[in-house]
Design a binder for this molecule. Sequence first.
Ligand code: PRX
Length: 630
Amino acid sequence: MNRITSFEEYKTEYKRSVESPELFWEEQAEQFVWKKKWDKVLNWDFTEPKIEWFVNGKLNITENCLDRHLPERANQIAYYWEPNNPQEKAVELTYKQLHEQVCKFANVLKNNGAKKGDRICIYMPMVPELAIALLACARIGAVHSVVFGGFSASALSGRIQDCDSKIVVTTDGAYRGAKDIPIKDVVDEALEICPAVEKVIVVQRTDTFIKMQEGRDVLWKDEMEKVNADCPAESMDAEDLLFILYTSGSTGKPKGVVHTCGGYMVYTHYTFENVFQYKDKEVYWCTADIGWITGHSYIVYAPLLAGATSVLFEGVPTYPDAGRFWQVIDKYKVNIFYTAPTAIRALEAAGEHFIKPYKLNSLRILGSVGEPINEEAWNWYNENIGKGKCPIVDTWWQTETGGMMISPLAGLTKTKPSFATLPLPGVQPMLVDDKGNEIIGNGVEGNLCIKFPWPAILRTTYGDHERCYQNYFATYPNLYFTGDGCKRDEDGYYRITGRVDDVINVSGHRIGTAEVESAINMHIDIVESAVVGYPHDIKGQGIYAYVICTNHSKDHNSLRKEILAEVTKMIGAIAKPDKIQVVSGLPKTRSGKIMRRILRKVAEGETCNLGDTSTLLDPSVVDEIKAGAL
Ligand code: PRX
């Protein structure tokens, strides 16, 4: 691995990656096992978009994650699995055991009808079988589509239908903090409207009674007994699909972001090694859920590609108490810890006495991801967890980018609280104004775009390439538009200021306002709603909903409760509005467009400087909204 070891070297490598990107990435790709070498490094055209890396190369990512390490690392731990309940027995999986389990489950998938190219839906809590299931799909060339275990039956069925999954892998139930969650019941409900699903493979986690539908449902345990561990890795084209992951955007239903085998492998591995400066034998812990991109890239693929030892955690930061993260760090002597600002803020609010019992002296590097980290949380993390001696890497990236894009290299790049700092090699950011003109120089602010492809850029949105173009490549011609606003300070350091589109980032989870609105509008008494984000002390952003209710005798408290239930049913509890204001009208322009700017300001607590309201059809609604602001 050509790991960068100094800031000077970062600068030369960055320059090289811009001047000769093909040569640069070819060198990174050469260290992997390829079944056939590529003919050409890169084809690209952002106007379609069409992006191909390592053209005609053949590989299987699991050979690089697993088989490749067996001669040297067979008995090294790949995952320490830490259960939700600290009293329950933890599980260790070596590289050899993981390889065996993956090959066996790959054979189970084949026995149950899975073939190369099929889409397989995975809906599970954070158990070892989740990582095994992803890798087993990749082993046989099936495309995994993981759906976060907190999504509702309705959200799950939409995702199953969109990519036409014939197999679902799930569990009977889940433990999350003090809660027991009936996972299989959710799957059963979702499948009522997914007749195309032929098989459901169920891991027994909670050993609760579940209904098994004959002919469709089988138990993981029984199926694993029928197979051996011999499963050759399918030969995949570098541009064959590795996975689909649904994510929310400004409009419509969530879209299936598509990542492919070769570029994703090379890029996630490169960024993991360089950003975290991972050293052999270190213990690494990313607290994300595998249901999100952070878990795909930096719990499953990149750490295994690097031959790392990781902690896989089933629980939540506050169970049994707010010291759980720190207890787990001491237990496994974690060296690299990667978490989200929301967790940091929540644990800060819980109080320092939860940290006191723990040493935390194994920690070397701290990471942050998913949302802007405010200066106070950054400083608290630095002082109380890192004890002032662990570099913090604030990593900016997205589901669509596949891997980290703007981030310090731990210990090499000088950090600044709340700055993601500098682009990684291969990443060419550009700030543009609303008209698409480049904003040059430092001490400026604009919309963040990327002007050149990196190996893990999304290739399409599943089943709808036009949508991919419209969402990411149409706003500013020849640029990938991130949807984020960004400042570049006097030193050329980047600071992400948040979304500039209609996406809200709640506790690091992306939620589209349009999705929440359509869930709210399902309520029989609601004719229209508008949803915006507002600053929230712990979650980063909270969800503020303005609703128009036609039933004037309706009690507002019961209306609010019913709306929350509706959103939980349609999307999941993560999308529940924090505030719901009943209004008689929404501020609309004469052409019928809602002026969200005004609603955002009111939600932020700003009632004076609402800007120009003269184009509104009925300016008086603004006074009513201001008066009733929550
Ligand atoms: O707004 C940015 C924010 O999260 C968005 C991407 O969300 P998602 O696709 O769910 O991926 C999250 C994990 C990579 C971005 O458009 N975001 C992510 N990381 C940061 C961030 N905002 C500020 N700083 C970050 N480090």
